[in-house]
Design a protein around this ligand. Structure first.
Ligand SMILES: NC(=O)c1ccc[n+]([C@@H]2O[C@H](COP(=O)([O-])OP(=O)(O)OC[C@H]3O[C@@H](n4cnc5c(N)ncnc54)[C@H](OP(=O)(O)O)[C@@H]3O)[C@@H](O)[C@H]2O)c1
Length: 200
């Protein structure tokens, strides 16, 4: 089993890589820096170059994608566009440009997040991206070729990230990286498609 993990050096990506390690598993780690393969998902050219370099895989996981956190009344189109280019279109372009690199009956797993279901102040841009990805995944699932499946994982804030986000997620119960990474594992090794696995 060859698995390409984009965003492998991040909080979620590292947990996913650890959970997926095992016999007969080859994990290729990708991100903009300090990974096996360099990629910037906000650039279609960079995504194409990554798949040219990596070749065929059984599973593609994306745990990458930047989001802008800020009040709607203060948000500029440029700030919101960063979320669009990275988390929203970046992940969707991984699907569009990577499909031919996924083997028959392979899988794609993208990342969304709790802000799309449980609004918090400054979370509108992140919610936009996650909601768009969830809708895309649900719809794309019915037409992906060669038995390829596609799902998304929507985590609550992780225990490891609580400090980073400070009081943003006040009242939210942080989840373990283990429970989040198991959702990615289910997506890869299970049989479901078009699903959003909620870790809340
Ligand atoms: N952590 C949480 O509590 C949580 C909860 C719900 C949802 N999420 C979502 O899950 C995703 C990952 O979160 P995280 O906390 O693991 O983030 P993180 O720790 O900041 O890691 C992000 C990973 O993605 C890579 N990356 C960032 N921008 C990229 C780009 N344009 N192209 C390629 N790789 C890129 C980073 O490496 P480089 O910087 O080297 O590229 C890193 O490997 C995000 O979309 C986030 O919104 C996170």
């Amino acid at each position: 089993m060859r698995i390409l993990v984009v965003g492998a050096s991040g909080t979620i990506g590292k947990a996913v890589v650890e959970e997926l390690q095992g016999e007969n598993v080859e994990i290729i780690k990708a991100s903009r820096s300090n990974s096996d393969v360099s990629v910037d998902i906000s650039s279609p050219e960079s995504i194409r170059a990554m798949f040219d370099e990596v070749g065929q895989v059984d599973a593609l996981v994306s745990a990458a994608g930047e989001t802008h956190f800020g009040l709607v009344e203060e948000m500029t189109p440029e700030q919101n566009q960063r979320t669009v280019n990275s988390k929203l279109l970046g992940q969707i372009n991984l699907v569009l440009l990577g499909l031919n690199s996924i083997r028959d009956k392979g899988s794609i797993t993208l990342t969304t997040g709790i802000t799309m279901d449980d609004p918090l102040v400054t979370g509108a841009s992140a919610a936009m991206a996650s909601g768009g990805i969830r809708a895309f995944v649900k719809s794309a699932a019915i037409e992906l070729p060669r038995g390829i499946r596609i799902n998304t994982v929507s985590p609550n804030v992780l225990e490891e990230s609580s400090e980073k986000y400070g009081s943003l997620f006040v009242g939210y119960e942080p989840v373990s990286s283990k429970s989040v990474s198991l959702a990615y594992k289910k997506s890869i090794y299970g049989a479901q498609t078009g699903q959003c696995y909620y870790v809340y």
